[in-house]
Structures are given as C-alpha cells and as structure tokens.
Design a protein. Structure first.
Length: 339
C-alpha cells in the first residue's frame, strides 16, 4: 500500500492527508490502510510537508530519504563500532590479570568435597553451562535409563554450542543396545567417543580447569579439584588412556558387537586369567556380568585349545595376545600350579 500511495503522490506532485484518505478506494485500500501508509512514508522521509502549504505532503526522492534517514544510522553504527573496539581492547588488557587471579583462587580452593548427589548434579550443571572449550571425561560401566535421560540434554547442549566433547567408555557399551543408541546420537552431534577395557572410576574435566572425581571416603558425592597442576596431571592421565583406546563406530558402519574392540576384550581376559584373577574380579574390572564373563572365558579357552586357565595365558603368547610382562606372570603362575 505504501508503494501505491507513493506512486500516486508522484503522479499528482503532492497530496494532502485529506485527499489521500478520500482517494483510498481509488488507490485500492481502506482508509485505515492509507492512513498507515501515509505515516510510514513520512517516517521514511519519502513524503515531506511543503514549506508554503504545511497540509500538503510532497514526494521526496529515495536518495534524499537515504541521506536523511539512513546516513545518521550509519554514522551512529560506525561510532558504536569504534566504542566496541575500544571497550574490547580495554577489557582484554585485563585478561592476564584475570587468569593469574583465577589460578591463585584455584590454588586456594584446590579441593571442594560435595557430599550429596543432588548438589553434585547442580555443580556439574553449573560448570557445564560455563564450559566454553572442551569436556573430557571417562565413565565406567553401563548407564541406567534414568542416567541417560539426565545427561543427554546437557551433552547435546554443549555440543551444539561448539564445545569439544571427548568421552571414554568401556568396551561393553558396544554390545548394549541402550548405550549404542546413546553413543550413536552423541557421535552424530560431533562427540568423539572411544572405548577401552578398564576405567578405574568416573572423571569429568571441564576446560582443563576443574576435574570431578567420585568421593570414595564414605559418601555418594564427588570431589571438585581446581588446583591447576593436579587438574593437568589428571588430564594427561586421561589423554594417555584416550590415545590407546578404540574409536567407537556408529551403527551405520558396523553391526551390533564388540567390533574393533573384540581383540582388546580377548587380550584383557587372557591377561587376567594369566594373573590368576577370579571370574568376579574380571567381570568387575571389565564392567560385565559374571555370567557374561564366564561365557567369554569359555570362548577364549576353546579358541586357544587350553585345558586350564593358566595354560590359556601361556598359549596366548603364541597367538600374540600377551606382552612379555604378562607372559612372565602366566608362566610363573603355571609353574606354581604344577608344584
């Protein structure tokens, strides 16, 4: 409507408000539409009151309107950009002071014991919201359905903010349909996932500044560690475990099963057998059930054609499943068992 009214005013060389409203039907709009269009054209400086006849609105060229309406905005934008640049320089100059102060504060607040689960979740959520670079974590075992429901939205929010996420799990997550669904979803959003045979305990590190580990001194809480050297030590330990872990393949590239981690599981079982570990201990370390553990042990012994667990350790050497240190343990155990 504004364009039609502007064109009409150009043809007439000028219009009064009364004329415009009276000519509304001929322009093709209602009185209300024409009134709104008039107001819009005046605000855009495309119509301007005549000096000799204030009631008459004269059409103005778009270039003149730009000079009157747009140019002041552009000047203001440039002025604000200069202000922004100055403020950035001023604030960034305080960065060194901030990080020095934060390191000093972290040393003073090196360890914070959080005694209850509810508080742990609250603190973890707070750190996740503040995280801007990377979350690096390791999780033993299989998550419960409820744990997945709690963690997935937070993980997705981090990934969609561009935060790098690296997560280490144990090999059995590969054969858990629920965990595979979770990990496939996370991987599709950019999460880097690997699996290994054993994870001593859960650890979550945000931005290499704060690490959370379980409180094993009688509570269900956690310990937040902020001391820089300690966090760096924990981070490097996790980095080492990550470097030898097996990348997780999503369902589109491999079927259900251990996949590339199968040989790792076999080596782990043989090594524990060579050490004389009981089924319950092996199952605990590998985060599998005792029943599943015994099935794996039977499969390994059948494959190696071993008549005893100790013999399986020695025979595994010939199959290249054990390193020299594990071989020595296996041979010593076998020698003792013959006495």
């Amino acid at each position: 409507m504004a364009v039609k009214l502007y064109e009409w005013s150009l043809r007439r060389g000028g219009i009064s408000r009364a004329e415009a409203l009276e000519g509304a039907p001929g322009i093709g709009g209602s009185v209300a539409d024409v009134s709104d269009a008039l107001q819009e054209l005046v605000e855009l400086s495309l119509l301007r009151s005549s000096l000799s006849e204030p009631d008459v609105l004269l059409p103005v060229s778009p270039e003149s309107a730009i000079a009157e309406v747009v140019n002041p905005i552009e000047v203001d934008i440039k002025k604000r950009e200069q202000q922004v640049g100055g403020l950035k320089s001023q604030l960034l100059s305080l960065n060194a002071l901030y990080f020095q102060s934060r390191q000093a504060r972290n040393r003073r607040e090196a360890i914070d014991v959080i005694s209850d689960v509810k508080s742990v979740r609250s603190v973890l959520a707070k750190e996740a919201r503040a995280c801007s670079v990377e979350v690096f974590s390791a999780h033993p075992g299989i998550f419960s359905e409820r744990a997945i429901e709690r963690s997935l939205p937070q993980d997705l929010e981090l990934l969609r903010r561009g935060v790098r996420m690296r997560t280490l799990y144990q090999h059995p997550v590969r054969v858990s349909s629920m965990m595979r669904d979770l990990l496939t979803r996370l991987a599709s959003e950019g999460c880097e996932i690997r699996t290994c045979e054993e994870i001593p305990d859960r650890i979550v590190i945000f931005d290499r500044e704060v690490a959370f580990i379980p409180d094993r001194m009688g509570s269900d809480g956690a310990v937040a560690v902020r001391e820089p050297s300690t966090v760096d030590y924990l981070y490097r330990g996790l980095e080492q475990a990550w470097s030898t872990a097996v990348p997780f393949e999503d369902r589109s590239s491999s079927g259900i099963g251990y996949g590339a981690a199968r040989s790792e599981m076999k080596r782990a079982i043989v090594r524990y057998l060579a050490e004389g570990a009981k089924d319950e201990l092996i199952a605990h370390r590998l985060s599998i059930s005792v029943r599943t553990c015994r099935r794996h042990i039977a499969e390994v012994m059948e494959e190696l054609e071993a008549s005893s667990r100790f013999q399986a350790g020695v025979l595994a050497t010939r199959a290249g499943l054990l390193d020299d240190a594990a071989v020595s343990v296996a041979e010593a155990s076998l020698s003792l068992s013959r006495r």
